[in-house]
Ligand binder design. Structure first.
Ligand code: SF4
Length: 378
């Protein structure tokens, strides 16, 4: 039931991705990279679950040093997430097999440099070290120039950004790259990936629904997107993002493989009635930038505490760090992003205070009650 895919095949060391190669299943370490024992434990958990590749985020020299030690203790293919600090590419390159950059984060450093120059630098590093690249676009961090050009049409903005970055990389004569276009809403993921695949049918695609949240909703959101896309022959590698305790991260690989097997066998699940109505909780899967491991527990507590409001069409976002948390909670009705020993609460894009981990649930409850009451009278 998965039709032949039309993309070219790229190589990430020994792993082929795209074309007729099996769909590769990958995941990401949820721990702070500089905590080497914890991150190695994540790597082992993902290896045991059968991950084809493991991604690790790196933000600092301490993370780079840790990555070097982790590399020495695993034979797994490693991908690194550069996020805002794209210049770390040359430091991490000797220890990894693939680099991921987010076009929406390239403007943060060296603002005077044109994006083309930054992309040329990344391609140069990848070429010198024999690495593959991922152009990893996230609807929560659209590059400012595309926001200006496309306004509220986020899908048009992210697809245009993906197509332009492919053209930049093509122009440099580099072909070992994949593209991902992710969002927390599976409907946007479907729309954007179909449009991108029409524009660039040759480019292998990495699928994912980011910040899908906790099971079972996170799995259902992912399934909705992957069923639609894989059944159209779109998707060459994938990652399932779930907010689960760090020791349960193997579930992401297990679910990814089950989804592929189900779609191949034609076992499609119907979307539960009214799935998109009512309270929507989005939560990040955690990564090296997580500020406090209590984040995962907090996300579960938020889900439990807000169950009383499940009939209300509201979105609550729970994010693990200050890097992506502030931006990626802007579009939610209420948002939480975690610091090391405090949690920031937001009302849409507005700040609604900072609370301890012990006090945040009560503050969220007050905000939620006020929002529901305000909507009832409007
Ligand atoms: S919000 Fe922060 S901690 Fe969560 S996955 Fe994104 S970068 Fe990592």
């Amino acid at each position: 039931m998965i039709p032949p895919r039309k993309t070219r095949t790229i190589r990430i060391r020994h792993l082929q991705v795209g074309g007729s190669a099996p769909i590769a299943v990958q995941s990401m370490a949820a721990t702070q990279t500089r905590d080497i024992p914890a991150t190695l434990r994540q790597v082992r958990i993902l290896e045991e679950a059968g991950a084809d590749m493991i991604r690790i985020a790196v933000d600092s020299q301490a993370d780079v040093d840790a990555l070097a030690q982790i590399r020495a203790q695993t034979k797994s293919l490693l991908s690194v997430d550069l996020q805002e600090n794209y210049r770390l590419a040359e430091k991490v390159a000797p220890f990894v097999d693939k680099l991921r950059y987010n076009p929406g984060h390239l403007h943060h450093h060296e603002k005077h440099k044109p994006v083309e120059e930054k992309v040329a630098y990344l391609v140069d590093v990848a070429r010198k070290h024999g690495l593959a690249l991922r152009i990893g676009i996230n609807a929560g961090s659209i590059a400012p120039s595309y926001k200006e050009r496309f306004g509220d049409d986020h899908v048009a903005a992210i697809v245009a950004c993906a197509v332009d970055h492919c053209a930049m990389v093509d122009a440099l004569g580099f072909h070992d790259f994949v593209v991902s276009i992710k969002d927390s809403d599976p409907r946007l993921v479907i729309d954007a990936n179909i449009r991108f695949a029409q524009a660039r049918p040759d480019v292998p695609i990495h699928l994912g629904v980011t910040e899908a949240g906790m099971p079972p909703e996170g799995i259902i959101k992912t399934r909705i997107a992957f069923e639609q896309l894989l059944a159209r022959g779109i998707g060459d590698t994938l990652r399932v993002s779930l907010t689960v305790p760090f020791d349960d991260k193997g579930l992401e690989i297990k679910v990814g493989r089950e989804l592929i097997a189900d779609i191949e066998a034609g076992r499609f699940r119907s979307v539960p009635p009214n799935f998109f109505d009512g309270l929507n909780i989005i939560a990040c899967p955690s990564c090296s930038r997580v500020e406090n491991a209590r984040f995962v527990e907090l996300a579960a507590d938020v889900k439990q505490m807000t169950a009383y409001a499940k009939e209300h069409d509201l979105t609550i976002a729970v994010m693990g760090c200050r890097v992506n948390g502030p931006g990626e909670t802007d579009d939610a009705d209420l948002g939480l992003w975690c610091g090391p020993n405090f949690v920031n609460l937001k009302r849409g894009p507005e700040d609604a205070g900072t609370f301890s981990y012990d006090d945040i649930l009560a503050a969220l409850r007050r905000e939620l009650d006020a929002l529901i009451a305000a909507r009832a009278t409007s």
